[in-house]
Write a protein that binds this ligand. Structure first.
Ligand code: SF4
Length: 432
């Protein structure tokens, strides 16, 4: 039912274990009565990724080792979907970081690892699971590393469901169905034979596989089965404010307390200065004041990775509608407090409208049709000049009421910074 029989035969080498595992997945999907319209298979790169089009369900095929991230994203966006991953041992190595973090977060994706101990598609190179001493195209004299025990690795990362099976196991479909029925992250390490490369170089048939299991003290079957809260559902429940809400997932709500006074919507603003001038923090203060007026606010910051030197720019949009595009190509107002800031915003100044506004530190050379107000830096500290400029802006342009901005400044936790800003606001109040 879930495999399109008309597409067969599969494109694998004769005897490749992938056939048995894919047929077991097909039977498992029937056992759990998976709704094809709500089931997504994410396949990784490798021979196993060749059969997406054989399945009558949603499929996604992306970059090598990233199948875990695509699957996690799909599950986070829609926790109601059944999402499973088909990945080889090569993909588990390349995307190992993604694998252990998906397990740690307990995102409810089901990972079936087609573990044949080498990269089959690219010619039989060793992988992270190749055994010590095993021969591959890249380890012809015997592998010097010990292979990862994928099941143990994922179990240690916190996965609540972990199992190991052989591709030959008749009840493989039962274990896959168990994994699919489990709530959270599930990992199934399926040992396989690659008849083209690994098996001939190592005489690795079923008896050798079982002997290796015993030699390494490993176990087959379900190794861990626990019930832990699944991440995407917990997140969704918390966001909705329904049962299951936690302090971690509860959204921060800023209640509307003031009426905004936007002359036009949306209002686009750029603040530009240098490191240490509190440009980004102060954009946040204005943003908070706008949120207290029930507005939507976006803030896009730009500063070099050397955060204590260079420019600092914040682009803001204040709007009564949700903001979907965060760029500010043609601002309604610009505040410029340093040469470094000016260098970053110089190109937008000529395109501003005549009725728009520039508030700039005295002495800066500007070319703009906008109205320019100069601000005397000697009257303010380096850190509070931006507060004075913002105070001036909201006095000249009725964006948010003065009380809203004053309230936000009064909420600054650091007393010294709070007082410095309140003093700057006081000076600016009497200045224009
Ligand atoms: S190369 Fe190996 S894994 Fe790929 S199809 Fe052939 S036998 Fe299977």
């Amino acid at each position: 039912m879930y495999i399109n029989e008309e597409k067969k035969p599969y494109p694998f080498c004769p005897g490749c274990s992938h056939v048995q595992v894919i047929e077991a997945i097909n039977r498992a999907l029937q056992k759990v009565e998976a709704d094809p319209r709500r089931t997504v298979m994410v396949s990784d790169i490798g021979c196993v990724g060749l059969v997406d089009s054989f399945f009558n369900i949603h499929t996604f095929h992306g970059l090598h080792g990233r199948s875990f991230t695509y699957a996690a994203g799909i599950k986070l966006a829609n926790p109601d979907l059944n999402v499973f991953v088909m990945v080889g041992d090569g993909g588990c190595g390349i995307g190992g970081h993604h694998l252990i973090n998906a397990a740690r977060r307990n995102i409810g994706i089901k990972v079936i690892a087609f573990n044949n101990f080498n990269f089959g598609m690219t010619g039989g190179q060793h992988s992270v699971t190749s055994f010590f001493g095993s021969k591959t195209r890249t380890t012809p004299g015997g592998h010097l590393e010990r292979g990862f025990d994928l099941a143990k690795l994922v179990e240690a990362a916190g996965s609540p469901f972990v199992a190991r099976k052989l591709a030959f196991d008749k009840d493989l479909d039962e274990t896959i169905a168990l994994a699919m029925r489990s709530e959270g992250f599930a990992f199934l390490d399926v040992w396989e034979v690659c008849t083209a490369y690994y098996m001939p170089m190592n005489d690795f048939k079923k008896p050798a596989m079982e002997a290796e299991i015993e030699k390494l003290g490993m176990k087959l079957g379900v190794l861990r089965e626990e019930c832990l809260p699944e991440y995407s559902c917990t997140l969704r429940a918390g966001r909705k404010g329904s049962e299951g809400e936690t302090a971690v997932t509860r959204p921060i709500v800023i209640a509307k307390k003031f009426e905004h006074r936007l002359p036009q919507e949306p209002f686009r603003l750029i603040l530009a200065g240098s490191a240490g001038m509190k440009i980004v923090s102060s954009a946040g203060y204005l943003g908070n004041a706008a949120l207290k007026c029930g507005l939507h606010v976006s803030q896009k910051d730009d500063f070099p990775i050397t955060v204590q030197s260079g420019h600092s720019v914040s682009e803001m949009i204040l709007s009564s509608e949700e903001v979907e595009y965060l760029g500010v190509d043609k601002p309604d107002a610009v505040i410029i407090l340093s040469e470094e800031g000016l260098a970053k915003v110089r190109k937008v100044l000529p395109v501003m409208e005549k009725n728009s506004l520039v508030i700039a530190r005295e002495g800066l050379s500007l070319e703009t049709p906008a109205k320019v107000i100069a601000i005397d830096p000697k009257r303010f500290s380096n850190k509070s000049l931006i507060t004075a400029a913002l105070q001036s802006l909201i006095r000249l342009v009725p964006l948010v009421p003065q009380e809203a901005f004053f309230e936000v400044i009064g909420e600054i936790r650091n007393e010294a910074i709070r007082n410095e800003n309140l003093k700057a606001m006081e000076i600016a109040r009497s200045w224009l």
